[in-house]
Write a protein that binds this ligand. Structure first.
Ligand SMILES: CCCCCC/C=C/C(=O)SCCNC(=O)CCNC(=O)[C@H](O)C(C)(C)COP(=O)(O)OP(=O)(O)OC[C@H]1O[C@@H](n2cnc3c(N)ncnc32)[C@H](O)[C@@H]1OP(=O)(O)O
Length: 377
């Protein structure tokens, strides 16, 4: 219902009848769509809309709406971008896309409401445990899962719980069309009576603790990157043990563009992983990577087609989660243990530099520009 309310055009078209071979599947997908609990985000809603139009009416032939008719122009562009794909192909893609959205919510709905379970009390996350896997779902899809101060605290709390619970693996993933758009830029606009210096100090302290939780996490930690990732959601990936990404994901760490500097230990993990020259393009010059490029550079373990991403990844993870828990934990300790001290030192150094950066004119201008809607990434 959330999806339908927020995108009335889809509702309008859901009433159309389609007399084709996949009619039953297509009709079922339309019904399933109405049961989605989480808003999948504008990009996905536009794709659903476009596939629906193509499946029911064929290629787009209507005139392009005017420049100022933003909503209809975005819808027209999404439909038009499907070109000449057949109605049958569009119908299949529609069914696949809805299936992916539903299956990404399925394990969550089963367990998230357990009465008295501390996992159900999060405001910005959904945390569930099933099949020996604790999943931390970043759950602010309307803000592209930007990390607010509350979310930083809740992620730390969820990691502490997951580190101690009986699960074998811990997974982090995003709700909606983004994995995560990085730090919520409004974290920097809430200046208290004690001024910006205090805000920068508190932010530095928060970030140091946040990154430390990843450095010290004792079990295999897996990122299921379901869509674009920005800022700290990219840099922190160097502290995960395995990173699976949909081919729709992109990886963007635009620090100089934002007047900031790298964090999440990326000033150390990225050059080590991919070589200094490649790391520099990303961390100095804001290069946005495709999933395939990120995989070639070693930041991503494996890339999957978007329409089978959830099924393929979760099948793999369920198999891994049957492996002996202690063996995995000790193996991770051996692989990461030697570097922990170094990583904590890098984290501390990065946060000191960032505290200075957050007070700089370069950074303040970038944040103001974003909120004045002048500069999206
Ligand atoms: C405590 C301090 C710790 C600091 C840690 C250091 C970390 C650094 C970083 O992570 S740097 C990276 C910061 N992230 C950004 O600069 C991304 C900013 N966002 C964008 O450029 C765009 O929103 C986008 C490209 C991610 C998506 O664009 P689009 O698809 O057009 O969607 P919208 O812009 O309409 O987004 C929907 C809605 O979400 C709000 N939003 C998205 N990302 C952020 C964000 N990072 N911070 C705050 N708000 C964000 C956006 O404003 C829209 O809100 P609205 O519907 O207008 O209320």
């Amino acid at each position: 219902p959330l999806l339908i309310q927020s995108f009335p055009a889809v509702k309008l078209h859901l009433t159309g009848a389609v007399m084709r071979a996949t009619e039953v599947e297509f009709d079922k997908a339309k019904e399933h769509l109405k049961t989605l609990k989480n808003d999948p985000g504008n990009d996905t809603k536009l794709r659903i809309y476009a596939l629906f139009k193509q499946a029911t009416q064929g290629s787009c032939s209507s005139p392009k709406p005017g420049m100022l008719d933003f909503v209809n122009k975005a819808k027209w562009e999404a439909w038009n971008s499907l070109g000449n794909i057949s109605k049958e192909d569009a119908r299949q893609k529609y069914v696949d896309l809805v299936g992916t959205l539903i299956s990404s919510e399925a394990p969550i709905q089963k367990e998230a409401t357990t009465a008295g379970d501390p996992k159900s009390s999060y405001q910005t996350l959904q945390v569930t445990t099933e099949n020996n896997i604790t999943t931390i779902l970043l759950n602010r899809p309307e803000k592209k899962n930007a990390i607010s101060r509350k979310m930083y605290e809740e992620i730390m709390q969820a990691l502490e719980q997951a580190g101690k619970d009986d699960s074998v693996l811990t997974v982090m993933t995003g709700s909606g069309d983004y994995y995560c758009s990085g730090n919520d830029l409004s974290n920097f606009t809430q200046v208290g009576a004690e001024g910006v210096e205090k805000l920068a100090r508190d932010s530095g302290e928060l970030l140091t603790r946040y990154v430390s939780h990843f450095i010290d996490f004792p079990k295999p930690l897996i990122a299921v990157v379901n869509g674009p990732a920005v800022g700290i959601a990219v840099t922190g990936l160097g502290l995960f043990d395995v990173v699976y990404a949909t081919d729709r994901a992109t990886f963007h760490a635009p620090f100089s563009q934002l007047g900031q500097s790298p964090e999440g230990c990326s000033s150390y993990t990225f050059p080590k992983m991919m070589g200094t020259a490649k790391a520099n393009e990303i961390l100095l010059f804001n290069k946005k990577l495709t999933a395939a490029q990120a995989c070639d550079l070693g930041l991503v373990t494996e890339v999957f087609p978007d329409n089978t991403f959830q099924q393929e990844v979760w099948k793999k993870l369920r198999a891994y989660a049957k492996l002996p828990k202690d063996s995995l934990r000790y193996s991770k300790q051996l692989i990461r243990g030697m570097e922990k001290e170094k990583l904590h030192a890098v984290n501390a150094q990065e946060c000191v530099r960032l505290q200075e950066r957050w007070l700089s004119e370069e950074c303040m201008n970038a944040i103001m520009s974003f909120f004045q809607n002048k500069s999206k990434l």
